[in-house]
Write a protein that binds this ligand. Sequence first.
Ligand SMILES: Cc1ncc(COP(=O)(O)O)c(C=O)c1O
Length: 349
Amino acid sequence: VAVLRLLGSLGAGADVVSGGELYRARAAGIPPERIVYSGVGKSPDEIVRALRAGILMFNVESSEELVAINETAAAMGARAPVSLRINPDVDPKTHKYIATGLRESKFGIAIALARESYAKAAALSNLDVVGLDCHIGSQLTELSPFQDALRRLEGLIADLRADGHAIRYLDIGGGLGISYADEKPPHPTEYAKAVLDVVAPLGITLVMEPGRVIAGNSGVMVTRLLYRKHQGGKRFLIVDAGMNDLIRPSLYDSYHEIKPVRENTGEAAPCDVVGPVCESGDFFAKDRAIKDPREGDLLAVLDAGAYSFSMASNYNFRPRAAEVLLEAGRPRLIRRRETFEDLTNCEIG
Ligand SMILES: Cc1ncc(COP(=O)(O)O)c(C=O)c1O
């Protein structure tokens, strides 16, 4: 919430994908007119909460959801502002788990069905069609998929306007990648230029949902080396963080650079950096040359600011770590370490 508050104070809004994220964005003081709500499975309760909050718009992902939002709004005597999330069928050339704009993915409404879906939305009495939305995936390291998607949307917006829809907002999602290893994603300035080339002539309010590019490189997970173990011809560094704290290597096979917090003069020998969790999938690096740290030393797992703590769990009944924000070099605790009692408090029996 401290990070959201910081971003909110800089003028950011929020793209939420659950009732919980809506709650948290509001708790951080983000005004409702700067909140959009995406996601393929908004529950009735979540729709009610978003209507009550008065968000800028729902990014609707199916015609079934159009009907559900319309019914809920009607029951509340409210009107729901909607954009349709269009799936442009573009390959974002990223990990398959975070590619969202392919024809076969669960997200959005197929571009071929866009006009009929907009007609349906316009015919529903408690919906106000206000815009169009698209998010094709995350950790994109090339501009061309963004450009391909935008070109498809440009033509569609012209058609929708000709059909009589007031398309005032174009939400282009997020997705701009960062460098974890040797990727060379486009600089935000290049991305902005590519976006504006298409969007500026449209006379539309641009909404964007960058996530990883803001937070990814700004976070570090610090973990302590518990044991050095040699087994089966391999060297293991066993640390006190686990896949429950940072699941990206286990889930996406992703790379995070790992450095000793204090420089040491040890040899850089290949090793696996692993956690204490009871699965062989619990690792942060494989065969990585890391300057030989000693037991008790701290290691920094870099670029852990996005999809890291936010994906943390209590697997193995492990309390989640504390979070510290560095502001102008000064540390501030923004989330205390969880206790066992925090974990048992919700349990009954
Ligand atoms: C709808 C939507 N918008 C924006 C984002 C943010 O993506 P990124 O962090 O890649 O910018 C996501 C990520 O999952 C998303 O699902």
